[in-house]
Design a protein around this ligand. Structure first.
Ligand code: BEZ
Length: 255
């Protein structure tokens, strides 16, 4: 997410090159253990693949995302499910859901307390939040290499432009408790993530880190990506493919 007002999410590219995001999300769904008939919000549903799996398992699902492109694609793929463009910070639901499920989205939200409060408000008492997001140190080799090249190339950059929030387990569970959740599970772990093809790292940077370089001319972006590939090849290119240094944070909180 992050879902800037200008929608720069390309839903086709996302489905084509980054299907792994949903595939990994399937194990988060096991943690959710959805029951037939439960009312579940998929918060940050992207193009709807996991919402559809919840639907197949018999849950009543609503998928929300801040990107209109993603929601259009989700609705087109899964016409039987309700999808809505909504901001996680101001969810239009109160005391509505048995569970909120969120995969690979909450790290795009740089006002985490407000997002957690909004999710908490949307749940019934006894309802649960089951979420996975990037944890402290997530993709740090990649982001350090990008920032190092930005500095070398004298491209204007401030820390506020860093698009993500990757909290530690202590930081995030404390925020959850502050808004009212009882935290029943938290796990921070490494999940090296293969990026398909020789262009895997380049595709990842263009898809996810594009906003850092949005104002720069294509020639400069190209130069930067080549430098980043060169500097990371030794550490992140293994047995003929790029492997990103993902670190995940999984949490369950009960209202
Ligand atoms: C993540 O899922 O951890 C992630 C995805 C894209 C950009 C940054 C982090």
């Amino acid at each position: 997410m992050k879902r800037p007002t200008k929608d720069n999410w390309n839903a086709d590219l996302y489905d084509g090159n980054h299907a792994f995001v949903s595939q990994y999300g399937e194990s988060v769904m096991d943690l959710l253990a959805p029951k037939k008939g439960e009312k579940i919000l998929d918060a940050g549903c992207g193009t709807g693949d996991l919402a559809n799996q919840l639907h197949q398992r018999g849950a009543h699902v609503i998928g929300i995302d801040q990107s209109q492109n993603m929601i259009q694609q989700a609705q087109h793929k899964y016409p039987d499910i309700t999808f809505e463009v909504q901001d996680m910070l101001t969810l239009a639901y109160h005391d509505t859901f048995d569970a909120v499920f969120s995969n690979a989205t909450l790290h795009w939200i740089k006002q985490p307390r407000q997002a957690l409060q909004s999710i908490y408000n949307s749940l019934h008492t006894g309802g649960r939040l089951v979420a996975e997001l990037g944890g402290k140190g997530n993709v740090q080799l990649i982001t350090d290499a990008i920032i190092q090249q930005i500095e070398r190339m004298d491209i204007p950059y401030t820390q506020e432009q860093f698009p993500w929030y990757f909290p530690s387990i202590g930081e995030y569970t404390s925020l959850m408790e502050e808004v009212g959740f009882t935290v029943t599970f938290a796990h921070h772990f490494d999940r090296p993530t293969p990026l398909a093809g020789e262009d895997g790292l380049r595709n990842w940077i263009e898809m996810f880190a594009g906003s850092i370089l949005a104002e720069q001319p294509d020639t400069l972006k190209e130069q930067l990506i080549q430098q980043v590939e060169q500097s990371l090849r030794e550490v992140l290119y293994q047995d003929g493919q790029w492997v990103a240094d993902y670190k995940r944070l999984r949490v369950i909180g009960v209202k």
